[in-house]
Design a protein around this ligand. Structure first.
Ligand code: EPU
Length: 338
């Protein structure tokens, strides 16, 4: 296990915040986790598990031991005539898994093309985009149980997946470290074009016989046109979750704001896009020194270069306060703050 001391985390977080960690250990195999929790000098330190660092905000130096998940490998572990079960190491870059599955003619992940981050972080917050969430393809995962130092399997029903949520963000927070995830992918194309922007992009591309690769290409086109590339402009994707409010509250808002978009979730509950709420409060495209709100997707906060995580956090509080005042809605952060 390779251990670095007093190292900058700038290249390990997509906000590109230049903070230091006391220690950083590269975890390249599940056994490295046993070492990390056994080694005398390392074991007592508080730990911070980092995958692609694409969903974290650092407010300062981390007096911790960072475990950088770099477990590699993608394999078909089981298959029948309809499905292949694909197991990927927690450190595999998510988009590499998507491209690999397309190359193998396997369908299911294409709507989630180009989501930043690693495979190990995907179930954690149940990533999703353009009409599909990872829970729909999820088969099982393996995780290191910190208390017992044993490896435990979790089936879909054990993970309590919800919108950008799982048991690993709730009841089991900080108790397990995901080491691999297995997805059940289809040998026949699934072709999910329910999301409006996909349909219009495919029409514009003039696609005739639709393939999974076309869907992936359309998603890549939408994402690159709307979302800033973290390697060019530091960001962590959506900073807030889309809030779900009671229908009564929604009706009252609708009376005042006729164009408020809505997605019914379940009886009596409506999801409202946080991007719209933020735009309405005037924050879209606002800059404050070296940080700001993205001008095409206000759900994304950005570091224009040399920004400070504390300022991004303060900006997020100001946005929350404006949205609360104007709409009576409390926005929740999607990003993990340390
Ligand atoms: N909107 C505005 N102004 C804008 C942009 C959007 O009012 O400037 C409104 C529009 O009504 C639009 C709606 O927001 O129809 C939804 O916008 P969009 O399709 O861009 O999606 P989103 O709800 O803002 C979610 C995810 C994204 C994911 C997209 C596509 C969350 C928190 N975010 O964003 O995920 O890529 O849908 O499926 O659920 C991420 O989690 O990091 C992320 C980028």
């Amino acid at each position: 296990m390779l251990i670095h001391q007093n190292i900058s985390l700038k290249s390990y977080n997509s906000f590109q915040l230049d903070v230091n960690a006391n220690y950083l250990a590269e975890i390249i195999s599940p056994d490295n986790l046993i070492d990390a929790y056994d080694t005398k000098s390392f074991a007592p330190l508080p730990k911070l598990v980092l995958g692609g660092g694409s969903n974290v905000l650092f407010r300062g130096d981390q007096r911790k031991a960072v475990l950088l998940m770099r477990i590699d490998g993608i394999d078909i572990v089981k298959e029948d005539s309809n499905y292949a079960f694909v197991k990927a190491g927690a450190g595999v870059i998510w988009h590499q898994l998507v491209l690999w599955s397309l190359d193998q003619g396997l369908s299911g992940l294409e709507n989630m093309s180009l989501i930043p981050g690693t495979v190990g972080a995907a179930p954690m917050q149940n990533i999703g985009a353009y009409g599909v969430e990872q829970k729909e393809l999820f088969h099982e995962l393996e995780a290191f149980e910190i208390a017992s130092k044993a490896f435990i399997k979790f089936k879909r029903e054990d993970c309590q997946f919800g919108y950008r949520n799982s048991v690993f963000k709730g009841k089991l927070k900080d108790k397990y470290i995901i080491t691999s995830v297995t997805y059940k992918l289809s040998k026949r194309p699934i072709l999910n074009t329910s999301y409006g922007a996909i349909k219009s992009t495919l029409d514009a591309l003039g696609v005739e016989t639709l393939t999974t690769k076309d869907i992936s290409d359309a998603v890549i086109q939408i994402r690159t046109s709307k979302l800033p590339d973290p390697s060019v402009m530091g960001n962590a994707g959506s900073f807030f979750k889309n809030p779900v409010i009671e229908e009564e509250h929604y009706e009252a808002l609708k009376a005042a704001y006729n164009d408020i978009p809505s997605y019914p979730i379940s009886k009596g509950w409506i999801k409202v896009p946080a991007a719209w709420l933020i735009e309405q409060t005037g924050w879209k495209g606002k800059k404050s020194g070296r940080i700001g709100v993205h001008d095409r997707q206000p759900l994304v906060l950005v570091n224009f270069g040399d920004g400070d995580g504390r300022d991004i956090f303060k900006l997020s509080e100001m946005i929350q306060s404006s949205v609360q005042k104007k709409f009576g809605i409390g926005l929740q952060r999607e990003v993990n703050v340390y």
